[in-house]
Design a protein around this ligand. Structure first.
Ligand code: PEP
Ligand code: MN
Length: 331
């Protein structure tokens, strides 16, 4: 942290700031400028200390220099992480995860698994615990949904990912799923983050609806801090002023997250746009920006889907998209 003192701060007042920090075990280095002095503070700076320091007498501002996230940073690990989910290596190969928003029936899951596998997807998705905006909307089949998802994944050799919304369900979801998803609405549910951090399952961490890139990385840091380093980030669009799309896909966040963190980054063009016609252009843009893969909603009959039908592709549309993305062998 750097503390910039006000021009009128006396040397006694500067010393007082230093001794306050030194009693907290920080070391201080004072640089006397022509107009004002600056104190370089070395040690682990908490957000609280940063905020407090701004309020101390004769302090103009306190600026953080070190990054608050450590384990997820490129400084900590310069080479990109590879997260293995069964035989799939996210971060090494371009990965496509496909499937319906919600698990509805056995027939729906088996048909979808067959179709997405044939089109070249590597993993199957499907929500069993659905975080819906309305308490009256379909909430998911819960344990039955987990069973149907894992059955369909096994039948077609596709590892499965599904969302967990409650720390109390982590154990049961981990029994059926190969990867656990933390949804956008729960990105800062810290008890949930800690709970999945205690598992040894790969985690797909979606960016919060209105979260900054730093908040997203700090959420990942929670999981790594508990000992689980198998984390994949997912940019799924953020809230902006634009009503013509459901969210706004933040392309720069993909490139920035890749630059700042060693964790793999996926993109979700389905939730980002909310419109099936935009899935292809957004998917292409995300890959061009450096995404390690995509998660895409696919449904046998999108118009009859119990959730997110307008953004879901049917089998033919998904096959065409995969052909156009031309991700090559093994994808
Ligand atoms: C989902 O993947 O179905 C979902 C609810 O995603 P998000 O958390 O990104 O809205
Ligand atoms: Mn959805």
């Amino acid at each position: 942290m750097i503390i910039v003192m006000k021009p009128e701060a006396s040397s006694v007042e500067i010393k007082e700031v230093c001794s306050k920090l030194e009693t907290l075990s920080f070391s201080c280095h004072v640089i006397h400028g022509v107009n004002q002095s600056v104190i370089g503070v070395v040690g682990t700076i908490t957000d609280e200390l940063l905020e407090q320091a701004q309020l101390w007498p004769k302090v103009e501002k306190a600026i953080r220099v070190g990054k608050p996230y450590k384990l997820v940073s490129r400084e900590c690990q310069p080479e990109g992480s590879v997260v293995k989910v069964g035989s799939v290596s996210i971060g090494k190969e371009k990965v496509v995860i496909a499937g319906p928003c919600a698990v509805e029936t056995e027939d729906q899951m088996l048909k979808t698994a067959e179709a997405v596998k044939k089109a070249g997807a590597n993993m199957l998705r499907g929500g069993a615990f659905k975080p819906r905006t309305s308490p009256y909307a379909f909430q998911g089949l819960k344990t039955k949904g987990l069973e149907l998802l894992s059955e369909a994944g096994r039948a077609y050799g596709l590892p499965v990912v599904t969302e967990v919304v409650d720390p109390r369900d982590v154990e049961i979801v981990a029994q059926y799923a190969d990867m656990l998803q933390i949804g956008a609405r729960n990105m800062q549910n810290f008890s949930l983050l800690k709970e999945v951090g205690l598992t040894r399952k790969p985690i797909l961490l979606k960016r919060g609806l209105s979260s900054t890139i730093q908040e997203w990385l700090m959420a990942a840091e929670y999981i790594l801090a508990e000992g689980n380093s198998q984390v994949v980030l997912c940019e799924r669009g953020i809230r902006t002023f634009e009503p013509w799309t459901r969210n706004t896909l933040d392309i720069s966040a993909i490139a920035l997250a890749k630059e700042t963190s060693h964790l793999p980054v996926l993109a979700d063009p389905s939730h980002a746009s909310g419109k099936r016609s935009l899935v292809e252009p957004l998917a292409k843009a995300a890959l061009a920006a450096g995404a390690d893969g995509l998660i895409i909603e696919v449904h046998p009959n999108p118009d009859g889907a119990l959730s997110d039908g307008p953004q879901s592709l049917n089998f033919e549309e998904f096959e065409r998209l995969m052909a156009r993305l031309n991700l090559g062998e093994g994808v």
